[in-house]
Ligand binder design. Structure first.
Ligand code: GTQ
Ligand code: FE2
Length: 340
C-alpha cells in the first residue's frame, strides 16, 4: 500500500468508529477461542481456616450484611471479575453464635453447602431450613432469605451463586427486607416420602419447592447410586416436581469415588466448583494436580481434562456446575476418554 492509502485507511477507521462501525476482520476476538482453558485453583481448608478466623474477628453481619470471603478464580478477566469458575461465584460465609444476617432478596440464585458447625437456620420465603454439616440449602432467585445462628460455635458454609451470568445479562436486582410479601410455600415435609408428591396443582417454577437437602439423605443415596460414564457414583439434587435441576442455573450433585478408584478422564465446556465432603484423594485438572482432604474447595474451569482419584477409603465430593444451563442452551459438549 502507498503512504497515501495507509493514511486513507486511518481516516476510514476513524470514520467507521465515529459511525459506531467496526471491521470484523480486524477484531481480535472474532472467531478466536481463548488459547488455553483457565487454570483450576484449590483452596485448602488448612490454609483457609485461619484466614476465616480473621474475617470473623474484624467484620460482623450487623456492619457488613454478609460476612463473606469470595473465592476468586486464578485467571480473572478484569479487575471486577470475582468469578470462581466463569459462570459461578463461590464464597465462604461465616456466622458466630447469636449473629444474624438480615433478610433480603436478589435475582441471583444461590445455594449454601455447610462446611463446619451447625445450629443455624436459613429462612427462605418464610420456610425455616436448619443448617447442619453437609446440608444443602437453596435460596433461589428472588426468594427472601435470612440467616440466623443459634449454635454454640461458628458456622461456616460454602455459598455458590450465578452472579457472573446476571452481570453479563444485566439482570441483577436486589431488594433489602423487611419481608412484607413472602409467598405461600409448602413445607419440605410435603415432599419427604420417595415417589409421592402432593396431588395439587403446583405453579411451574424454575426451582425446587424443597429448599433443604439433608446430608444423611444425599450420603445414603450416593452410596447406592450406579456408576456413571466416568466411573463415579453420582446423585443429583433435583426439583421433585419435574426431576430437573434444583435451580435454574446452578446444578448440584454429590459424587462418590469408591476406595482406591479413579474416574475416567472427562472434558466438557461446563464450569464447576467442587467441595470435598468425605475422604481423601487427588484431582487432575489440565496441568494442575491437587491432593485434597475434607472441606477443601476447588474450581474446575471449562475445557480442562479432569480426572479424580480416591485414596484409601471412598471419597465424596459436592459439586455445583452450569451443566444443565449449558444443556438447555444447546451448548453442552462433553467427552470421556484417555484425556490430555
Ligand atoms: O447469604 O444472602 O455469598 O446475598 C453473596 C450474596 C451470600 C447471602 C453471598 C448473598 C449471600
Ligand atoms: Fe443473599
Amino acid at each position: 500500500m502507498t503512504q497515501a492509502s495507509i493514511a486513507g485507511m486511518d481516516d476510514l477507521r476513524r470514520a467507521w468508529r465515529a459511525a459506531n462501525l467496526a471491521p470484523l476482520w480486524e477484531s481480535p476476538t472474532a472467531h478466536k477461542p481463548p488459547p488455553r482453558p483457565d487454570p483450576a485453583h484449590l483452596w485448602a481448608w488448612l490454609k483457609l481456616r485461619p484466614l476465616l478466623e480473621q474475617a470473623m474477628a474484624i467484620a460482623s453481619p450487623a456492619a457488613v450484611e454478609r460476612r463473606v470471603l469470595s473465592l476468586v478464580g486464578a485467571n480473572p478477566r478484569d479487575d471486577e471479575d470475582e468469578a470462581t469458575a466463569r459462570t459461578i461465584s463461590a464464597a465462604i460465609q461465616m456466622l458466630l453464635p447469636g449473629e444474624r444476617a438480615r433478610p433480603h432478596r436478589h435475582t441471583m440464585n444461590a445455594l449454601r453447602f455447610v462446611l463446619e458447625g451447625g445450629g443455624a437456620c436459613t429462612t427462605v420465603d418464610g420456610k425455616d431450613c436448619p443448617m447442619e454439616e453437609g446440608d444443602l440449602i437453596l435460596t433461589p432467585g428472588w426468594t427472601w432469605h435470612e440467616h440466623v445462628h443459634k449454635g454454640e460455635r461458628p458456622i461456616i458454609w460454602l455459598d455458590a451463586l450465578d452472579v457472573p451470568l446476571h452481570l453479563w445479562l444485566g439482570t441483577v436486582e436486589f431488594q433489602p427486607g423487611p419481608v412484607n410479601d413472602a409467598p405461600v410455600t409448602l413445607p419440605d415435609a410435603a415432599f419427604a416420602y420417595p415417589n409421592l408428591l402432593p396431588d395439587i396443582a403446583m405453579v411451574a417454577r424454575a426451582w425446587s419447592p424443597v429448599f433443604r437437602y439433608p446430608y444423611a439423605h444425599a450420603q445414603n443415596a450416593v452410596a447406592g447410586a450406579p456408576h456413571g460414564r466416568d466411573g463415579a457414583r453420582r446423585v443429583r439434587y433435583v426439583n421433585p416436581v419435574n426431576g430437573g435441576p434444583a435451580m435454574s442455573i446452578l446444578d448440584a450433585t454429590l459424587m462418590q469415588i469408591d476406595a482406591g478408584q479413579g474416574t475416567i478422564p472427562f472434558r466438557a465446556n461446563t464450569n464447576a466448583v467442587c467441595c470435598v465432603v468425605e475422604g481423601e484423594g487427588e484431582t487432575r485438572c489440565g496441568d494442575n494436580v491437587f491432593r485434597w482432604a475434607p472441606k477443601d474447595i476447588f474450581s474446575l474451569p471449562q475445557k480442562n481434562w479432569i480426572a479424580h482419584k480416591a485414596s484409601n477409603g471412598p471419597a465424596r465430593l459436592f459439586m455445583v456446575s452450569d451443566r444443565d444451563a449449558m444443556n438447555r442452551l444447546g451448548f453442552l459438549r462433553e467427552e470421556f476418554g484417555a484425556g490430555g
